[in-house]
Design a protein around this ligand. Structure first.
Ligand code: ATP
Length: 272
């Protein structure tokens, strides 16, 4: 198998040992260059929010991390392991499925659509992956799931089916399901966008609690600027596949320097 130029670098330096790092990542869909030599890092335990106009590449970043898409160039590192490539001796070669599965095991994702299994109970939705992927016993998985359902305020819904729940409750089950795999990194992709407005706050409150009570690394795409301000250590403003401004939530939301950040925030705040 051929080694790509940018991947054929030496082993990762120490600072790559944990968290997420994008190095020179390029992603194209046909002629559409969605990410242009993107470089950024998220430290372990850091909570970073990606903001920016529609089509600026935010979701693509999360999908690359989930290996739902492949980079065209560059390397993504997850907890010190190159994603999409693996080490063979001193070289990096394209990753195989077994390796990807292992590296991706550190990452959980909650999507805009809840994607629950409709024919399974809430409890079963949360226990399926721990039983089948982590090989927990059914009792261990149930215990973990019940704890998580308590955390997301749904202890009394364990035996319900998804169709019996509101959208906000279903999304809280999806959060519990992601956490049941005990990921080190949690990716959140516009998790409240599909919800009726009155259900948004409950889901965001659960995520605030998780942010406050764990040291999980979070990479979040959201249009909920209040939530981003509350939970993020850092905000990255994207436009056309590049970071045009980054900083603390206070700086980005109160004193944005870049014109495109200012325009974007005005547009978002006008909608609310
Ligand atoms: N599977 C795909 N095939 C072709 N083009 C795609 C695909 N996925 C994304 N794109 C394109 O990539 C670009 C970036 O999309 P992406 O969803 O990452 O943007 P975004 O910033 O998350 O936008 P939004 O805020 O609307 O979700 C868009 O131009 C989109 O049309």
């Amino acid at each position: 198998m051929a080694t790509t130029d940018s991947a054929a670098q030496a082993l990762p330096p120490r600072e790559h040992a944990d968290g997420i790092r994008f190095e020179g990542v390029v992603k194209r869909f046909g002629d559409n260059v969605v990410l242009r030599e993107l470089d950024f890092a998220v430290a372990p335990g850091e909570r970073v929010t990606l903001i920016g106009p529609s089509g600026s590449g935010k979701t693509t970043i999360l999908r690359l991390l989930m290996t739902l898409e492949k980079v065209d160039d560059g390397v993504i590192w997850v907890n010190g392991h190159p994603l999409s490539h693996m080490k063979r001796g001193e070289r990096l070669v394209p990753a195989d499925d077994k390796y990807l599965h292992k590296v991706r095991g550190d990452i959980g994702m909650v999507f805009q659509q809840f994607n629950l299994f409709p024919n399974m109970s809430v409890l079963r939705n949360v226990t399926e992956a721990p039983v089948h992927v982590l090989k927990l016993s059914r009792d261990e998985a149930n215990e973990r799931a019940r704890g998580l359902l308590d955390l997301v305020g749904l202890a009394d819904k364990a035996d319900s089916h998804p169709a019996q729940l509101s959208g906000g409750q279903q999304q809280r089950v999806a959060i519990a399901r992601a956490l049941a795999m005990q990921p080190k990194i949690l990716l959140l992709d516009e998790v409240t966008s599909a919800l009726d407005p009155e259900l948004v706050a409950g889901v965001l409150d659960v995520l605030r609690d998780i942010a406050n009570e764990t040291d999980i690394t979070m990479l979040c795409v959201t249009h909920e600027m209040g939530f981003a301000r509350d939970v993020s250590h850092r905000v990255l403003m994207f436009d056309q596949g590049q970071i045009v401004e980054e900083g603390s939530p206070e700086k980005i939301f109160s004193e944005p320097e870049n014109q495109r950040t200012q325009d974007f925030l005005h547009a978002v705040l006008d909608q609310h």
